[in-house]
Design a protein around this ligand. Structure first.
Ligand SMILES: NC(=O)c1ccc[n+]([C@@H]2O[C@H](COP(=O)([O-])OP(=O)(O)OC[C@H]3O[C@@H](n4cnc5c(N)ncnc54)[C@H](O)[C@@H]3O)[C@@H](O)[C@H]2O)c1
Length: 291
């Protein structure tokens, strides 16, 4: 393996300028990489630029970053809808486009055709393991998941997940890249749906919902236990309200479609809240009231 796995990595291209892609790109640019953030929609690119500028202005005014660092990072960034022009210069691509397998496979095939031979193609997908997109390319050994957490500017964890064809050099480079942008990467040894962190979270959430539905304790008390005994910053019910109960419901439904196991189905109380439109903070009411 190379002594410095990052020797060839200067230019990062992020595909998708949504909630994740825009912040992943900012993190890379702040760390010194020439970074493109690319979207099919001009509107998404414009929104990403506007939101990142206001977020960075806020960070500067609060003394979290210097104006020089922020200006230098924006100098290194390109906001674009011309994916192929950007990808042709990329050493490392992080795909953070919409969670749709057909779209991702097409994006990976097209990236494979325009990126230099050495370029690593990573997906930030939460649920689509990279073996499902790697075979759309002629470089499966250079394809893996590099999974960031929301908000990517803040959250330290990045999961690096190889598919069976991913080379050790690709894993090493992805791990090194994650460290070089200030993250604390976690290396998985093989693909598993949900990776590590979301599986831990899922297990906690499932047990919390079971305790509540079995009438063992009220959801407020379960949240108190998680915070005061386990030192979690938020209880599982508060977290569901933040993530969105619609998202929690749809994740379980997608899991059920993959496993066919009734145990994967959303909990009864989640289905009721979903059907009542009680999605959590975004709708003003979920487990708690936000009116
Ligand atoms: N939101 C999260 O909490 C989170 C956390 C970790 C990982 N992820 C993963 O990150 C990815 C993006 O999620 P998000 O929340 O940022 O979604 P989002 O909807 O905010 O953004 C997706 C963007 O992709 C763009 N897009 C669609 N097709 C495209 C294409 N062919 N080429 C380029 N851009 C295209 C859309 O215009 C949109 O701007 C998903 O794979 C998701 O699983 C999301």
């Amino acid at each position: 393996m190379s002594e410095n796995p990052l020797q060839q990595i200067e230019h990062v291209t992020v595909i998708g300028a949504g909630a994740m892609g825009s912040q992943i790109a900012m993190v890379c640019a702040l760390a010194g990489y020439d970074t493109d953030v690319v979207d099919i929609a001009q509107e998404a690119v414009d929104r990403a630029a506007e939101q990142l500028h206001s977020r960075m202005d806020r960070d500067v005014s609060k003394g979290r970053r210097t104006r020089e660092d922020v200006d230098a990072a924006f100098e290194r960034m390109t906001f674009s809808t011309d994916r192929d022009e950007c990808a042709a210069q990329a050493d490392f691509v992080i795909e953070a486009a919409v969670e749709d397998l057909t779209i991702k496979r097409q994006v990976f095939a097209e990236l494979d055709a325009v990126c230099p031979e050495h370029t690593i193609l990573a997906t930030n997908s939460s649920n689509i393991v990279s073996s499902r997109v790697a075979d759309a390319t002629n470089r499966p050994e250079k394809v893996c998941n590099v999974h960031f957490f929301n908000p990517a500017l803040v959250m330290k964890c990045v999961e690096v997940v190889p598919n069976p064809a991913t080379s050790p050099e690709t894993v090493e480079t992805a791990m090194a890249l994650a460290r070089s942008i200030g993250k604390e990467p976690v290396q998985l040894k093989k693909e598993v749906p949900g990776f590590v962190a979301n599986r831990l979270l899922g297990a906690l959430r499932t047990e919390a919902l079971k305790l509540y539905e079995d009438g063992v304790a009220d959801y407020e008390d379960i949240d108190v236990a998680a915070k005061t005994a386990l030192n979690h910053p938020m209880g599982p019910f508060e977290l569901m309200d933040m993530v969105g109960i619609d998202v929690v419901y749809l994740i379980r439904l997608a899991e059920y479609e993959q496993t066919g196991d009734p145990a994967s189905l959303p909990a009864e109380s989640i289905r009721e809240k979903y059907e009542a439109g009680e999605y959590g903070r975004k709708s003003g009411r979920g487990w708690y009231d936000y009116e």
